[in-house]
Design a protein around this ligand. Structure first.
Ligand SMILES: NC(=O)c1ccc[n+]([C@@H]2O[C@H](COP(=O)([O-])OP(=O)(O)OC[C@H]3O[C@@H](n4cnc5c(N)ncnc54)[C@H](OP(=O)(O)O)[C@@H]3O)[C@@H](O)[C@H]2O)c1
Length: 433
């Protein structure tokens, strides 16, 4: 950092010049006055895979580094901005190198922070430099800042959100167009809304990375991605979206973290959400987050979870925090005092269920299904029986009262063994929000 009078010049190295990196350079070139506390930002190095690739921003006059690690170690930068992506490989090596060299790090990389946040926080704190990651969760929506800073004095009970825009887009399209998952995914890939390899998104892993980070901040631990329970949307059937709609629900991929004993349970799973709930109304590629706390009651955030502009704005906000002298632990306490965020033992997850059973259209089936549920200890809240459709058999749909999830699983296994049941029953959980 160089100082001229009151104006400090902060030299920035940007590794990764894709959607977010180019967005950031565009933002910084449009806002040459972008400054805080009398400071000034100058990009003094960039790195990506290909130097010759055509990009939406002109990088011809910026010092080029083939290797992001060399950029991270360069004596010509004060802040290293990592926008390469991936939990390991060059992103991790470069962030470690920057922290080792005593540089502040700003990253949008949720996989890196969710999977290696504890060790990177320890390294940053040992060197006395900030490690900031606002853009890693919900893109342009300042969820990290709200949970990490604004709600630091709150006793947060739960977080539930739509944290993956691709899944939300696919589920919304299935509902509105009446097309099956595979068809909507193929169309989303054609339009560039979904990656060629969509596993991180539709498998629930991207949302799990994000909720892992928020859970660590909300519940005072370190990120523990390995403890997250993850189910994606690949098994969501169009028929269930329609039937859930008839019952007054929408199917959403919900990433949630809730207090469980002295720790917290983190999971990602398709849930039925009441249509009237604000989370159910976040459609298309939007992200949304519902925070419940003992003093604040409820807070709802919604906005763009991705895209060059919103994400670059979040990265720029972190750079501004570094310039203003950010001096907090990376998570809620010094890394050495944190243990991995996980539920304490013996806290049974409970909830309501939606069960769909395809049965032969014959007398006594409904009674047999009800009997199995009763014997398993599950009480039915509502029944919906539809006339036969195109599929073989007749769907019987039930919602249940609140019960331990293990009891619900056991009840579904019993129903599956009935002779009149034509295919494995579908169980979806109903969000308790
Ligand atoms: N896209 C979003 O809206 C969004 C939102 C929130 C967070 N994020 C996060 O932001 C990060 C970047 O995402 P993105 O969408 O901008 O990714 P992207 O468009 O795929 O860009 C990745 C960049 O990294 C560079 N790169 C890849 N491997 C490299 C290597 N070995 N050495 C040097 N550079 C390398 C690529 O170089 P080339 O250009 O030469 O190939 C490219 O410029 C990720 O962690 C992502 O999860 C993205």
């Amino acid at each position: 950092m160089s100082t001229t009078g009151n104006h400090r010049t902060w030299r920035i190295g940007v590794a990764g010049l894709g959607t977010v990196g180019s967005g950031l350079l565009g933002f910084l070139s449009e806002r040459p006055d972008y400054a805080l506390e009398g400071g000034r930002v100058v990009v003094t190095g960039v790195s990506a895979r290909s130097r010759s690739r055509s990009r939406p921003v002109d990088i011809s006059r910026l010092p080029w580094f083939d290797d992001p690690v060399a950029l991270a170690q360069s004596p010509d930068i004060d802040i290293f901005v990592e926008l390469v992506g991936g939990s390991d490989g060059p992103a991790k090596a470069a962030v470690e190198a920057a922290l080792e060299a005593g540089k502040a790090v700003v990253t949008a990389n949720k996989a890196l922070i969710a999977e290696h946040g504890a060790e990177l926080a320890a390294l940053a704190e040992s060197r006395g430099v900030p490690l900031l990651f606002e853009a890693a969760v919900m893109g342009g929506v300042p969820a990290v800042k709200i949970v990490r800073e604004a709600l630091v004095g709150e006793d947060i009970r739960s977080l539930s959100g739509i944290l993956n825009g691709t899944c939300n887009y696919i589920l919304t399209e299935m509902e509105t167009s009446g097309s099956a998952f595979a068809d909507v995914l193929a169309e989303a890939q054609r339009l560039g809304y979904a990656e060629a390899d969509p596993t991180m998104d539709v498998g629930g892993f991207d949302a799990a990375h994000k909720i892992t980070i928020l859970a660590a901040l909300a519940f005072g631990g370190s990120p523990n991605f390995a403890a997250a329970e993850i189910h994606g949307i690949t098994g969501v059937d169009l028929l269930d979206i329609r039937l859930a709609g008839d019952l007054g629900y929408r199917v959403k991929l919900i990433a949630s973290a809730e207090r469980a004993g002295t720790g917290a349970r983190v999971r990602v799973r398709p849930f039925l959400v009441r249509k009237t709930h604000p989370i159910a109304q976040a459609d298309g590629a939007l992200n949304a987050l519902f925070i419940e706390g003992s003093r604040i009651g409820r807070i709802f955030l919604q906005g763009p979870g991705a895209g060059a502009g919103p994400t670059a704005a979040a990265v720029a906000a972190d750079i501004a925090d570094v310039m203003a002298g950010a001096r907090r632990p990376v998570f809620q306490a010094p890394a050495e005092a944190l243990s991995p965020c996980a539920p304490s033992e013996d806290v049974a997850a409970k909830g309501r269920g939606y069960i769909r059973v395809m049965v032969r259209d014959e007398p006594g089936v409904l009674a047999a299904v009800s009997e199995e549920l009763a014997e398993a200890g599950v009480s039915i809240e509502s029944f919906l029986q539809k006339p036969p459709g195109e599929a073989a058999g007749v769907p019987i749909v039930m919602t249940t009262h609140t019960v331990a999830e293990s009891v619900l699983d056991a009840a579904v296994a019993r129903i599956a063994r009935l002779p009149a049941v034509l295919e494995p029953p579908r169980l979806l959980h109903i969000a308790g929000i």
